[in-house]
Design a protein around this ligand. Structure first.
Ligand code: C2E
Ligand code: CA
Ligand code: CA
Length: 540
């Protein structure tokens, strides 16, 4: 059932597409959300650093200003006691001292042996009242900041800000491991640097998120950088959830669509298989007449679906499905068995009668058909010599060599092979010789235009000549008018079938007709067969 699988695959692809599209959309939205969210958080981190730094500087300035106002500006014991008090008042100030004009520390609280090196630049006349600088000492990436306060006498009060004041890491966990923070003073001096991710050696190609916050009070800038992938951590769980949801949807979609694409047809198929089992596919028999003598030559077997409701369906409605699904093989066997049972006696009494069975291209791919023929007709009242197998030219044969062998096997037991619908399809005249055809059947198309179209006449003429030359029989199909019969006679065609004689008939009518024609039993109890005989009688 290839068409069904294709349909199934199509449905599957569409279902997966429908399920994957939301996944892609969700991913896109989540990524955007993650970046916005991360940037917001990074801004908050930068702002917190700036605020803490501002607070620490502000506290230090306030303490130094208070000491200055109260005159505690020397290294005297009492002034140093005031420095002590200042340390207690401003918890983040860890040292207070006095620096001379060359920037060298004169004294400090708590006591620290001065190296004699300047800790501040030499005092200039234009130096501001408040100065901010850094010492070389650092604590976990944060340097010790210095705030100086100018006193009139050329010295300065100095406060050291503990790195602890600002080095406590704020910010959410998911960013902490990836982001990098820098706090710089206006002249580029780094106060704080934390985190491993460096802007300069950021991984190549990866998008980088950068957020900057400047202080409004002091020349200070906080920069937070992070790779965009860090934001992923924020939405990783959501992505897992959306992926699971998408997979769930996909399964649902697939299940639903498979249900819809499979079920109705499988029900239809079940019904079809049931019909085959119940033997609803039956043979109808269309007489083939000898238009020279008016005698019956035999018949072509045409399949009908006799439904339990009494309706009779023609092959056009089911043959394509029967063939593509492969059910045709069993159906053909059933038809052959029924012909054997129904017209066996008639054929036994009329050994010159031929029985034509329709096959399709698939029958010529496997020699099973030969076995079927032998098994079904082998010990029957119908002789192999009475049987004709029709192969249509409408469908291409997939393997000419195999087809040729199968045909040869049929011919070996006495079965004849006819090429059906000649002139309509794939084979052309090349088929005839390659396949070793015994009989050609001229398609109705050419019969229809006989007399009106010169080309048709020429084609039929050519076919007759060819058939004569190759020693093949010839049958005209679809004959509907007396004129056509006349023309065919003129062209030398002696066998014909068509509505002018009779349509395909159920077994009983066909037997009645045949009996009447051969002058046996009287026909006529039955209107339909009387009509058929009437038509034949006109010709005879
Ligand atoms: P086909 O083998 O060419 O059969 C001839 C078709 O023409 C039949 O149609 C027949 O009823 C119709 N016919 C006969 N005389 C006339 C006429 O004078 N005028 C018109 N308009 N039509 C006429 P049907 O029975 O409907 O079969 C259609 C086709 O289905 C057949 O074409 C054949 O290809 C296929 N078929 C029928 N039975 C079988 C079967 O048992 N096996 C296979 N594989 N195919 C079958
Ligand atoms: Ca046929
Ligand atoms: Ca035909």
């Amino acid at each position: 059932m290839p068409h069904r699988y294709t349909r199934f695959l199509k449905t599957l692809v569409i279902a997966l597409g429908l399920a994957i599209a939301p996944l892609i959309a969700a991913n896109y939205i989540l990524n955007n959300y993650a970046v916005t969210q991360a940037e917001t958080e990074m801004k908050a981190v930068a702002e917190r650093y700036v605020l803490r730094a501002e607070k620490a500087i502000g506290d230090a300035v306030q303490v130094l200003q208070g000491l200055h106002q109260n005159g505690f500006v020397t290294c005297s014991a009492s002034d140093r006691a005031a420095f002590h008090a200042g340390l207690i008042a401003a918890p983040f100030v860890q040292m207070i001292g006095v620096v001379n004009s060359s920037g060298v520390l004169m004294c400090n609280v708590p006591d620290e042996a001065s190296s004699g090196e300047p800790v501040l630049p030499v005092l200039q006349s234009e130096s501001p009242l408040v100065g901010i600088g850094m010492r070389d000492r650092a604590y976990e990436g944060t340097r010790v900041a210095l705030v100086s306060w100018r006193i009139g006498n050329g010295s300065r009060l100095l406060a050291e800000i503990s790195p602890v004041a600002i080095s406590i890491d704020p910010g959410p966990e998911y960013l902490r491991a990836h982001r990098h923070v820098e706090l710089r003073l206006g002249d580029g001096v780094v106060w704080l640097r934390s985190g491993e991710y460096g802007r300069l050696d950021s991984r190549s190609g990866e998008r980088e998120l950068v957020v900057e916050v400047a202080s409004t009070k002091y020349p200070m800038l906080a920069t937070v950088t992070a790779p965009a992938s860090a934001a992923d951590n924020l939405v990783r769980d959501l992505k897992v959830v959306s992926a699971i949801a998408a997979v769930g949807f996909a399964i649902l979609f697939v299940a639903v669509s498979v249900w819809f694409s499979w079920r109705p047809e499988s029900e239809a198929e079940d019904e079809f298989v049931q019909s085959i089992r119940r033997g609803e596919f039956v043979p109808y028999y269309q007489p083939v007449m000898d238009i020279e003598t008016g005698r019956l030559r035999g018949c072509e077997v045409l399949m009908r679906w006799a439904r339990p409701d009494g309706s009779v369906i023609s092959p056009g409605a089911f043959m394509t499905f029967a063939e593509t699904s492969g059910h045709i093989f069993e159906m053909t066997r059933q038809i052959m068995r029924k012909t054997r049972d129904e017209v066996g006696d008639l054929y036994f009494q009329n050994p010159e009668f031929k029985l034509s069975i329709n096959l399709f291209a698939g029958h010529f791919e496997d020699r099973k058909i030969v076995e079927d023929i032998i098994e079904i007709y082998g010990d029957s009242k119908i002789a192999f010599q009475q049987i004709v197998m029709e192969v249509t030219e409408r469908q291409p044969l997939s393997d000419m060599d195999t087809a040729r062998k199968i045909i040869a096997e049929m011919q070996a037991v006495g079965v004849r092979v006819a090429l059906d619908d000649v002139g309509t399809g794939h084979g052309g005249f090349a088929y005839l010789q390659k396949l070793g055809i015994d009989i050609i059947k001229i398609d109705k198309m050419f019969i229809d235009s006989l007399g009106t179209d010169d080309n048709s006449t020429t084609i039929v003429d050519t076919m007759v000549e060819l058939a004569d030359n190759l020693g093949m029989g010839i049958i005209a199909e679809g004959v509907e008018t007396m004129e056509q019969i006349e023309r065919l006679r003129e062209l030398g065609v002696s066998a014909a079938q068509g509505y002018i004689f009779a349509p395909p008939l159920p077994a009983k009518l066909f037997i009645d007709l045949a009996t009447a024609l051969s002058g046996g039993k009287a026909a006529g109890e039955d209107d339909e067969s009387a009509e058929a005989v009437g038509a034949v009688a006109k010709v005879a």
